[in-house]
Design a protein around this ligand. Structure first.
Ligand code: FAD
Ligand code: PYC
Length: 430
């Protein structure tokens, strides 16, 4: 990624005088003499903390370690380019309307941080609180939703039931005809939910972390975790050995692979999750609508593309693309609920690999190896958690103790049986 402080200033909030001239100058400059937004340092022989994985969660962790805990000697080691994993592949839905108190704790913590993120990072992440609506397609689903809405509100989180008529008013392109195969019986909305620009989140955290001295090392694959008895001592990489006092692993999609390098076996399955976009059209839907019964959701990007996603593919795989039947059933559901999309062309499809836990909740945890920590298992829904996850993971690494928000997500829950079953709130099935 060739970053540019000048070009990226245009993305920062409140820089109108600067950005008009900077945009014009940069548009004509063929990217020459652009300043890098973060350095590309050679790895040092040793760090206090190494974060493995340069997605949003890893970069946020490094940023908060430096900004909140004053740790200065930090590296983020990324095998490809920052944001090139699920951070740059996801459909950017942000919400905090989960069922259990533990989940409300972490996702609402994240949502509050989203609300101030552009200001905190001085980088416009285009957080748009356009609302996230989830549809009910049967009486039973609607009853369950009503109960869920009450549980969510008890945690102080906004959530409202909507009637088919209210839904039609909010989303005019939806077909609310009761005769369709999956009729819209109602739904519930979190109005503070929405979307953000995924790349900007990675770039914003990267630039802010780099400003605080964090070394961001791309094209550096971790191939081994070094330990001395029960203690971590560093990592083996495609660019040599790097020593570290502490190592935090945030490698969504490959958490099981990296854990096995330390002799650990995580309760995780890795599966493809797909999404696709249509050709761009004029604005026609200004909220996010999810339909878990038919495994399909829709929003519209600022470019005008309709963004569609599905549930996970039904087999485990490390391939960053998925199967045709998933796309087929997603499009069948889309055409039925939003008839106007039948005339659109699909512009591109892609996939990412998501790590899923048996209870559809993440792992934020110490491990049996001293100084080695894992943050993973966010499944289909970790983008929304990015700032909160980084914030609490940094705290865990700095203090070697989980705080109250992180503690329920420890690996210990798979021994005690204190699982946090969020399959119903996972947004898309996994
Ligand atoms: P990543 O961004 O994947 O970062 C992990 C990094 O680790 C990668 O860059 C990878 O290259 C690196 N890595 C892996 N192995 C190594 C190694 N050996 N050495 C060094 N680096 C390594 N979530 C939502 O909340 N809302 C959504 O709408 C949503 N939609 C989604 C749609 C799709 C199609 C997909 C695939 C996911 C979606 N998600 C969504 C889930 C979300 O994308 C992820 O949970 C989240 O982005 C994970 O962030 P991360 O930083 O942990 O992972
Ligand atoms: O977790 O809300 C979510 C989500 C939507 C699409 C993919 N994940």
């Amino acid at each position: 990624m060739k970053g540019s402080a000048n070009g990226m200033r245009a993305l920062r909030g409140g820089a109108s005088r600067y950005s008009i001239f900077a945009l014009a100058r940069n548009a004509l400059s063929y990217h020459e003499n652009w300043q890098k937004a973060w350095r590309s340092p050679e790895p040092k022989p040793e760090y206090d903390v190494i974060i493995v994985g340069g997605g949003g969660h890893g970069l946020a962790t490094a940023y908060y370690l430096a900004s909140v805990h004053g740790v200065r000697n930090i590296a983020v080691v990324e095998k490809g380019w920052i944001g090139g994993g699920n951070t740059g592949r996801n459909t950017t839905i942000i919400r905090s309307n989960y069922l259990w108190d533990e989940s409300a704790g972490i996702y609402e913590h994240a949502l509050k941080l989203w609300e101030g993120m552009s200001q905190e990072l001085n980088f416009n992440v285009m957080f748009s609180q356009r609302g996230v609506l989830t549809l009910a397609h049967s009486e039973h689903e609607l009853k369950e939703m009503r109960r869920r809405v009450e549980a969510i509100r008890l945690n102080g989180i906004d959530s409202e039931v909507m009637s088919p008529a209210q839904i039609k008013q909010l989303v005019p392109i939806i077909d609310t005809n009761p005769g369709i195969r999956y009729p819209v019986m109602g739904g519930f909305i979190q109005r503070r939910g929405g979307t953000a620009r995924h790349d900007a989140v990675a770039w914003g955290y990267a630039r802010a972390a780099d400003d605080l001295g964090v070394d961001i090392i791309q094209n550096c694959e971790v191939t081994g975790i070094l330990r001395d008895g029960g203690k971590v001592t560093g990592i083996e990489t495609s660019r040599g050995t790097i020593k570290a006092k502490k190592v935090g692993v945030v490698t969504a999609g490959h958490s099981g692979v990296v854990a096995s390098m330390a002799g650990l076996n995580l309760p995780i399955d890795s599966r493809p999750l797909q999404a696709l976009v249509s050709e761009p059209i004029k604005p026609c839907i200004d909220t996010v609508v999810m339909s878990n019964a038919v495994h399909m959701y829709i929003s519209q990007s600022d470019k005008g593309e309709l963004v569609f996603g599905a549930g996970v593919d039904s087999y485990n795989s490390y391939s960053q693309r998925g199967s045709i039947p998933t796309v087929e059933s997603l499009l069948a559901a889309a055409v039925e609920l939003y008839p106007i999309v039948s005339r659109l062309r699909v512009l591109r499809t892609w996939g990412g690999i998501v790590d899923t836990c048996p209870d559809a909740s993440p792992i934020i945890s110490k491990t049996p190896v001293d100084g080695l920590y894992f943050n993973c298992g966010w499944g289909t829904g970790g983008f929304k958690a990015t700032p909160g996850s980084g914030h609490v993971f940094a705290d865990l690494i700095a203090r070697d103790e989980p705080n109250a928000i992180a503690a329920p997500f420890s690996l210990k829950r798979f021994e005690t049986g204190y699982l946090i079953d969020e399959h119903g709130a996972a947004g898309v099935a996994h």
